[in-house]
Write a protein that binds this ligand. Structure first.
Ligand SMILES: [Zn+2]
Length: 61
């Protein structure tokens, strides 16, 4: 099953709500993904405002 992408932070998850920002608004129509191992060291994470390690969608529709 395709993972849900959080509408506000783009975190990819499979549960009921986003474990990152606790939002329950998600989209299934997302494109591309990237993995943040260490948000403190990642430039992308800083740019997007990611604080938790995990998988993120690049683009949500
Ligand atoms: Zn979220």
């Amino acid at each position: 099953m395709k993972k849900k992408a959080c509408k506000s932070c783009k975190f990819l998850y499979a549960g009921e709500e986003c474990p990152n920002c606790k939002s329950s608004q998600f989209v299934l129509n997302w494109k591309g993904r990237f993995y943040v191992l260490d948000p403190v060291k990642s430039d992308i994470a800083k740019k997007v405002g990611i604080k938790q390690a995990g998988e993120y969608a690049i683009k949500v529709v």
